[in-house]
Design a protein around this ligand. Structure first.
Ligand code: RIB
Ligand code: CA
Length: 311
């Protein structure tokens, strides 16, 4: 029985690779893809999500548009990283598959109510606005969620959009706070782990050598996406943040971390969106998340190459 997931996403090249990985893996059943404003505005994330589904030859996947702005703050986007379209590098035609009618929030609520309790995992890859709004509008669905496996936050790696905060949490810290306090079983993929899943020239070449449309596109996206991180961090490549979430569902043994308390900074402008992880257990705050810190990068990329090659 495949594991059933909803991918909530703000594509973004790394989101795109995560969606391809999920659609290439028979262990997973993607019940739907919900777009949220984040890396680029909602109209583009909703467009990009459909482009990726069509690249995977899956125009049957239901794609919904969700929230176009965070709960409280003004939308902050990341065109400086992902380019104007959010999927820069290659020039891509508009998708032909339609958006589903109806709002992503209603899809998330209805799906969790209709499917057996504990049978659907939420995989947020962008700001948590859609998830938090669904939880607020329908509190009864929270206990029906199997797991929330998300990309976001940072502790040892500190911030990437401000000195203190990682982008997904920074854009909508109030939404992250709602999710953290929901009582769901939460698995965090912070920068602490995603910064260890770096592209390298041989790894990108492995995608290019596939000779497939998907492999060529993944190589083109990582070529574009990595220029920013290589310049900023002087690293050999770019962190493939969001595919870590899907790889965890497929091979959790590739990852390690600790169950700790994680709280979100909401009040200070200086540290807004900081994920304060009590990694060393210096408070009596109850652990509320599995906060990952390490990944077998070779194993991660081997999985990624094996699956993308199937598309
Ligand atoms: O900070 C990295 C995260 O922000 C990734 O999910 C990337 O796609 C952007 O959404
Ligand atoms: Ca993302």
């Amino acid at each position: 029985m495949p594991r059933r997931i909803i991918i909530d996403t703000d594509p973004g090249q790394d989101d795109a690779v995560a969606i391809l990985l999920a659609l290439a893996s028979p262990e997973l059943e993607v019940l739907g893809v919900t777009a949220v404003a984040g890396n680029v505005p909602l109209d583009l994330t909703a467009r990009n999500a459909r482009i990726v589904c069509e690249l995977a030859k899956r125009p049957d996947i239901k794609v919904f548009a969700g929230c176009d702005r965070p709960l409280r703050h003004k939308l902050v986007t990341a065109e400086h990283v992902h380019g104007k379209t959010g999927l820069d590098g290659p020039q891509l035609p508009d998708p032909t598959m339609p958006l589903q009618p109806g709002h992503a929030i209603d899809f998330i609520i209805d799906t969790l109510r209709e499917e057996p309790a504990g049978s659907v995992t939420l995989c947020p890859l962008g700001p948590l606005t859609n998830i938090a709004t669904a939880f607020q509008r329908a509190p009864d669905i929270v206990e029906r969620v199997q797991q929330v496996v998300l990309m976001g936050g940072a502790y040892f790696q500190v911030g990437n959009i401000t000195p203190a905060a990682e982008f997904n949490i920074y854009v909508d810290p109030e939404a992250a706070d709602i999710v953290m306090k929901s009582g769901c079983d939460i698995v965090f993929h912070p920068l602490d782990v995603t910064h260890k899943a770096l592209t390298t020239a041989p790894r990108v070449q492995a995608f290019r050598d596939m000779g497939s449309e998907a492999g060529t596109m993944v190589a083109a996206w990582t070529d574009f996406f990595e220029r920013f991180d290589k310049e900023k961090y002087g690293s050999p490549g770019a962190p493939l943040h969001d595919p870590c979430v899907i790889a965890y569902l497929l091979k959790p043994e590739l990852f390690s971390g600790r169950r700790v308390n994680v709280e979100i900074e909401l009040r200070s402008e200086l540290t807004r969106g900081m994920t304060v992880a009590d990694w060393w257990g210096v408070t009596d705050r109850a652990p509320n998340a599995l906060f990952l810190g390490d990944v077998d990068a070779e194993g991660f990329f081997a999985l990624l190459v094996d699956r993308i090659a199937r598309l």
